[in-house]
Design a protein around this ligand. Structure first.
Ligand SMILES: *Cc1c(COP(=O)(O)O)cnc(C)c1O
Length: 340
């Protein structure tokens, strides 16, 4: 049975959180002499520590209660907070798959947590037999599943089984879910008290510079995230950028459609090139392409000022290509025609 109290680090479970000026008085009207702010300027006041306006819009849009939403300074902050909340340094372990998003590794190392990495199979899916063996590993607290997966682009199958069989936290990183036809695991939150779904404004919402990430989970988990976060962790400018984006879904849908149409175009154009051997199926806004020689092709593209991501170190001879604007994609294809 999953029991959150057994999974959260004891020091975090008993933590008395910092109480900011805006925690102690959250009214709108008055003369504010409580937070040592400067009375002059336009960004002189601290932002809402709990980003209530943004959460209200998200709550209505996703049909998720407000108290099940946490906003972070990018979803990278959510990954880091998960390590800090659930994994005692030098003792507890986490698990993910390979190849996947590199920040799980880095964040684990920063937090002195051993990250077990299970290889995905040739279709970038979980090897169930291998996986079931690892569930018994002592002190395993946290599993990261990136779906759609970066850098392979596919959605991972059978995630629900993991929530059912694992007594620790399952964090499903849905950074690319807006590009996918597959349904988000948000719909499973009610069923699984050990599920965290993370999403971001950085990809489909076009706000990578704003650093706004979201964790959705049941309230006991969200309450702990709120205890641990820095008091004003999302700036006012960034909250407003996310609110503006959510209030402009026409542009969101329009741009998403262009990107998805371009993905199809790009896939076809790439397949006609002799240096491209294979394109993996993608549910995201990028394509993983197997080439004849990734290091060489990557460098030949750089010399023509087209930058892709060389993933040769983690998937043999593969480059990851982000779907750009129609002009950018054409530029890539032209440059690839010059490569050998
Ligand atoms: C890009 C990416 C992120 C980073 O999201 P931020 O909100 O920009 O921090 C997280 N997870 C995956 C899998 C990504 O590819």
């Amino acid at each position: 049975m999953f029991n959150l109290e057994n999974i959260v680090r004891k020091n975090i479970l008993h933590l008395m959180p910092y109480s900011s000026a805006r925690n102690e008085f959250s009214g709108k009207n008055g003369t504010f002499l409580d937070a040592n702010e400067n009375p002059f300027g336009t960004l002189n006041r601290y932002p809402d520590p709990y980003q209530m306006e943004l959460k209200q819009i998200l709550s209505a849009y996703k049909s998720i209660p407000l108290e099940n939403i946490f906003i972070g300074n990018g979803s990278d902050e959510i990954i880091d907070l998960a390590f800090r909340i659930f994994c005692t340094p030098g003792k507890d372990k986490a698990l993910t798959f390979s190849p996947t998003y590199g920040m799980y590794d880095v964040s684990a190392a920063i937090n002195e947590v051993e990250l077990i990495k299970l290889p995905l199979n040739d279709s970038f899916q979980i090897n169930q037999e291998e996986f079931e063996k690892t569930l018994k590993i002592p002190n395993l607290k946290l599993i990261f599943i990136c779906s759609p997966n970066n850098p392979s682009g596919n959605c991972i199958d059978n995630i629900e089984k993991i929530m059912q069989n694992f007594n620790g936290i399952v964090l499903v990183d849905e950074a690319y879910i807006d590009f996918s036809k597959q349904e988000s695991y948000l719909s499973k939150l009610k069923q699984y008290p050990n599920l965290i779904v993370s999403q971001t404004f950085s990809k489909a919402w076009g706000l990578a510079a704003a650093r706004v990430g979201i964790a959705y989970a049941n309230n006991p988990i969200i309450s702990i995230f709120n205890k641990v976060k820095p008091p004003y962790n999302v700036s006012k400018l960034n909250q407003e950028a996310a609110i503006d984006a959510l209030n402009n879904k026409v542009d969101f849908e329009k741009n998403k459609k262009i990107i998805l149409d371009q993905k199809k175009w790009l896939e076809q154009a790439l397949m006609e090139l002799p240096v491209i051997k294979k394109i993996y199926p993608s549910d995201a806004n990028f394509l993983l392409a197997e080439t004849t020689n990734a290091n060489s092709i990557y460098n030949q593209l750089v010399s023509q000022q087209v930058i892709t991501r060389n993933r040769n170190n983690i998937v043999n001879n593969c480059i990851r290509i982000t779907v750009g604007s129609p002009a950018e994609n054409q530029q890539l294809i032209n440059a690839l025609k010059n490569t050998i």
